[in-house]
Design a protein around this ligand. Structure first.
Ligand SMILES: Cc1cc2nc3c(=O)[nH]c(=O)nc-3n(C[C@H](O)[C@H](O)[C@H](O)COP(=O)(O)OP(=O)(O)OC[C@H]3O[C@@H](n4cnc5c(N)ncnc54)[C@H](O)[C@@H]3O)c2cc1C
Length: 397
């Protein structure tokens, strides 16, 4: 994947990676960014024909199902290649990129039956999925989940309630974490739940700060019957599968956060060098230029940290170290990106408070990156435990 670095912009990437980054960049600039203001006005919900166009352009550009295996309809990207694409997607607002056909990573370890029934249609853009772990009494500490599964003659019966199920309003299939009660033990297990099954009930679909295409409803499972083989990762394997998933999701959040800072800085620097007040360009006031300099430094430092995580995962480094470093990248970038959006709103002045301003949208959208996939406090806990268990040197190198 790497060649000698001849041009700093190429970062030693090979032709395949450079081509991928070029395609992702064109897609973001030509398809996603022009739709942002319409998406904002429509509270995230673009017309069906537009959504279809967004999907088709992604299919044409080869940007669908990036990390999934080619034999399942994915692209088989490395984590570094994925980073390059997610960084570009992060430059756009309103999560219009959620329409790019894709599926949660756990489908890769699903049975042949589930890959045919769910993953392949997901990657063709024909269906949608959602992933349900969080509950009313189990957020940062998922060990407190109360959703249960019990064995039946035909498979399992699920009861419980899941909160904040992203895309749960539009999904056809849900991956649901439940404790299987067996021989007095609680075995955390991931179940595949067809949303059209009897007993799956949406009980609340609240509004959230961002204007995104999908909601995050609360979904209740009332005696939902699933089959013997509707399990992913084996009985009791839910927690293990989740750990891999977290490192990847945190890497994605960091990559997109860097893209967001890039876009914010691009637009805000353009503004600051053209806007004049008090007889000078506002860029000439240090109160304006220094926050931009600080955010540019954050973005460049966060980018190196995040790239390192991608390269370590690709090199099959110790998963625990990758997990710790993914937390560092997510923590650093999500906090730096929101700070950057806040600074940019300030520099745009009154215009920064308008919904047609990119900084205003990012200010609302980036806030959740400090909450989902583990809050900033939980990332700090993971990093602190890593310092103790694996040593300072391992985490710093
Ligand atoms: C828009 C959105 C989409 C989401 N999508 C999904 C989804 O698709 N699937 C899913 O399963 N979940 C999803 N979530 C849930 C998300 O992962 C949780 O909100 C998050 O993990 C925090 O849990 P909580 O909200 O219950 O907060 P709590 O765990 O109640 O935390 C409240 C506060 O206490 C702090 N805190 C908790 N424990 C500790 C501790 N040990 N040390 C220090 N501080 C602590 C937290 O950092 C936080 O500040 C989503 C959430 C949002 C907002």
């Amino acid at each position: 994947m790497y060649q000698n670095v001849t041009n700093p912009g190429d970062e030693g990437l090979d032709d395949r990676a450079l081509d991928l980054r070029r395609r992702a960049r064109s897609y973001v600039e030509e398809v996603l960014i022009p739709l942002e203001e319409e998406a904002e006005l429509l509270h995230g919900r673009l017309p069906d024909a537009t959504v279809q166009m967004v999907k088709e352009k992604a299919l044409e550009a080869g940007l669908t199902g990036g990390l999934h295996k080619p034999e399942n309809g994915g692209q088989g990207w490395s984590k570094l290649e994925w980073f390059l694409v997610e960084e570009q997607l992060g430059r756009s607002t309103n999560a219009i990129s959620w329409h790019i056909p894709n599926g949660y990573n756990v489908w890769d370890i699903a049975s042949e039956k589930h890959i045919e029934k769910w993953l392949k249609p997901l990657l063709r853009g024909e269906t949608r999925d959602a992933y349900a772990v969080t509950e009313k009494n189990a957020g940062s500490d998922p060990s407190g989940i109360e959703t249960t599964a019990v064995r039946t003659d035909a498979g399992f019966r699920i009861n419980g309630e899941k909160w904040f199920v992203t895309s749960g309003d539009v999904a056809d299939v849900l991956v649901v974490m439940a404790n299987l009660e067996e021989d007095g033990e609680l075995l955390p297990t991931l179940f595949v739940v067809d949303k059209s099954l009897g007993g799956v009930e949406t009980i609340e679909d609240p509004g959230f700060t961002h204007s995104y295409p999908d909601g995050h409803p609360t979904i209740r499972f009332n005696d939902v019957e699933v089959g013997e083989d509707d399990v992913i990762g084996g009985i009791g394997g839910g927690d293990e599968v989740q750990k891999d998933w977290f490192a990847e999701e945190r890497l994605g959040i960091a990559a997109r956060g860097i893209g967001s800072m890039w876009r914010l800085l691009d637009e805000t620097v353009d503004w600051a060098i053209t806007r004049e007040q008090g007889g000078s360009r506002i860029m000439d006031y240090q109160g304006v230029s220094f926050p931009l300099a600080d955010s540019a430094t954050d973005a460049a430092a966060g980018r190196q940290l995040t790239l390192e995580v991608a390269r370590l995962i690709d090199a099959s480094a110790d998963p625990k170290v990758c997990h710790n470093k993914a937390s560092m990248a997510k923590l650093f970038v999500s906090e730096a990106a929101w700070r950057c959006a806040d600074r940019c709103v300030q520099i745009f002045g009154g215009r920064g408070y308008r919904r047609d301003n990119v900084a205003e949208r990012f200010l609302r959208e980036l806030r959740v990156d400090r909450i989902w996939e583990g809050t900033s406090e939980i990332q700090r806990l993971i990093i602190a435990r890593g310092l103790e268990k694996r040593g300072v040197e391992t985490l710093l190198q």
